[in-house]
Write a protein that binds this ligand. Sequence first.
Ligand code: ZN
Length: 185
Amino acid sequence: MLSGFLKKAIFSRMFTAEKGQIKLLKSRYMLVHVPAMAKIIYDFSKIKGGRKKLYETGFESGKAVISDFRKVLPPAKFLVNSMMNTMMGVQEMLGWGKFELKKLKKKKHYMIVHWDSAIAIEMVKKFGRQKEAMCSWPCGVLAGAIGILLDDELRTRETKCIAKGDEYCELIIERKTAKKSRKKG
Ligand SMILES: [Zn+2]
């Protein structure tokens, strides 16, 4: 089912799919085979510094996509929960897996999200259980995107990951300056 957001995007021509190009505002998109994506992330994670690079690439991508939106949307004070629900709805529709906002401290820009990561599920199938959390790239995307929406410097720590055998991936999205009071990510 299309999210309300995408319906609006199609209606206002923010979203177009023609002449072999899928565009949401200025950025181009393509459907990606999840097993291929899982393999790319898996291989890259095994290289020294690879995880960090994946996170940074995701971070820049999340920032760029949402910056596009900020240019066309009227400057408004976003309600953090409705913003998060819209964003998670769009990601779900794009095949990332189901998200659930478990905790939100609005003023601190602190949130805990549980996620059935399509990438992590695929990774376990293909490569077996992993020793570390593997969703560095999407973690970067979320920190970059939500940071732009909230006008703040955020980071994501993945404290549980399906790839490690956890029931879900647990993402802690918080200020970069926040003390890591919970489990190490
Ligand atoms: Zn994960």
